[in-house]
Design a protein around this ligand. Structure first.
Ligand SMILES: *Cc1c(COP(=O)(O)O)cnc(C)c1O
Length: 397
């Protein structure tokens, strides 16, 4: 072989390789492919038309109750309280477990911004913890090491020794639909007297050890935003098995209005967070199709996993052995040796008609949380720098 011939051998292009593999599942010629579009079908038009025909479009109406009942049946939670969005549900969850001004709440840094924002809505401070590379959920072992180094129990409370603030709660998030390691996380939370809250915004239909996500924490929040697995346009829900917390959730999300008497009266500064009937009607139709939506998403994820088998330089995130994922967003993670090419790959994918995006910028890198307390976050930093979400909608195959 001449020197010239050797020089002619092109370098391995990870972007080309990824596009070629994706093309086997989603042919580029049939694109473009959105990251996650809703699939509206079934009884959606009939149910929404019912709201329009009857005039019951707002926060009273039969569809909201029906939506909540369907959610309890699907999730196995004793109570579901529908809200205007997932952020409102999570905010309410934090209030329900007693997060107050001046406290800290442990939250993952690799998450959507609402997880941290809702802590601030309570006047509290997020305290960021690391994720593990298998599920991208909070790493219980790293959390344990961090708490041993920074926290102590005082009068039954967990206190941050460095800031002197009480740490009230631990919020875990089921990233891209993959269930976090709940047993180990619940054990750490218990040992440190932390209220366990599940940000299950992304994980409708995902299970941990046979139970729907949201079942191990005291309370959980789900989102029905337009890009989630099931949508109500905008919407959310609070899940809990505790009847007292459920009643309080209902009160807090309906402006703390006292039961109908002659007077219009309220006993707390609360929130107008109740889901409108119009949204719930769409939600009922979507939930009727949940099994179908999940099957379609699983089929797509399995085909992508298969197509990337043996890919040099990248892996596809798959459901952990301890649970079942709804595969909300498919995720590609570049090997450390290829992480520097992440944006090149991203642009090439988008140019080829695959709408992709990087993982969220970690919370500790956002200006409003730059000074927030944190554990070491090496896995979060590595994942955030090397992750790409791939098209994942239920209508793609
Ligand atoms: C979508 C999402 C939320 C917020 O839900 P909205 O309905 O958009 O308010 C909260 N946390 C996580 C992790 C999410 O992905």
């Amino acid at each position: 072989m001449s020197d010239l011939a050797v020089a002619d051998v092109p370098d391995y292009s990870l972007a080309d390789e990824i596009i070629a593999r994706l093309d086997r599942v989603l042919p580029a010629d049939n694109g473009p492919y959105a990251l996650h579009e809703p699939k509206i079908g079934g009884n959606a038009w009939d149910y929404v038309r019912d709201c329009l025909d009857t005039g019951w479009v707002s926060s009273a109406g039969a569809w909201v109750n029906r939506f909540e009942t369907m959610l309890t049946e699907i999730t196995g939670s004793a109570h579901a309280v529908a809200t205007v969005n997932g952020t409102a549900a999570l905010h309410t969850c934090l209030l329900l477990v007693g997060v107050q001004p001046g406290a800290e709440v442990l939250v993952p840094s690799l998450t959507f911004v609402a997880t941290a924002n809702t802590v601030r809505y309570c006047g509290a401070e997020p305290h960021f913890v690391d994720c593990e590379a298998t599920s991208l959920g909070v790493d219980p072992a790293a959390l344990d090491v961090h708490l041993a180094a920074t926290a102590e129990r005082r009068d039954g409370l967990c206190v941050n020794r460095l800031t002197d603030r009480p740490i009230r709660a631990l919020v875990v998030m089921h990233c891209f639909g993959h269930p976090a390691r709940m047993d180990a996380l619940a054990e750490v939370a218990e040992r440190y007297s932390l209220a366990l809250v599940e940000d299950a915004a992304e994980s409708l239909g995902s299970c941990y050890a046979g139970h729907h996500t949201g079942h191990i924490g005291r309370v959980a929040a789900i989102s029905f935003n337009g890009n989630k697995t099931v949508t109500t346009g905008g919407g959310g829900a609070i899940l809990t098995d505790d009847p007292v917390l459920a009643a309080r959730a209902r009160h807090l999300t309906t402006t703390a209005r006292l039961p109908a008497t002659d007077a219009v009266a309220h006993d707390l500064v609360a929130f107008n967070y109740r889901m409108p009937n119009l949204n719930a009607a769409l939600g009922c139709a979507q939930l009727e199709q949940l099994a179908e939506l999940l099957a379609s998403k699983r089929r797509l994820a399995e085909r992508i996993i298969e197509a990337f088998d043996g890919c040099e330089g990248a892996r596809v995130l798959r459901e952990p052995e301890w649970g079942r994922s709804n595969y909300w967003l498919n995720a590609l993670i570049l090997d450390p040796s290829h992480a520097a090419e992440r944006d090149i790959v991203l642009h090439a994918l988008n140019d080829a008609g695959y709408q992709c995006r990087p993982f969220w910028t970690p919370m500790h890198d956002l200006p409003m949380y730059a000074a927030s307390p944190r554990a070491p976050l090496p896995v979060t930093d590595r994942m955030a720098a090397s992750g790409i979400n791939l098209p994942s909608g239920p209508g793609l195959i």
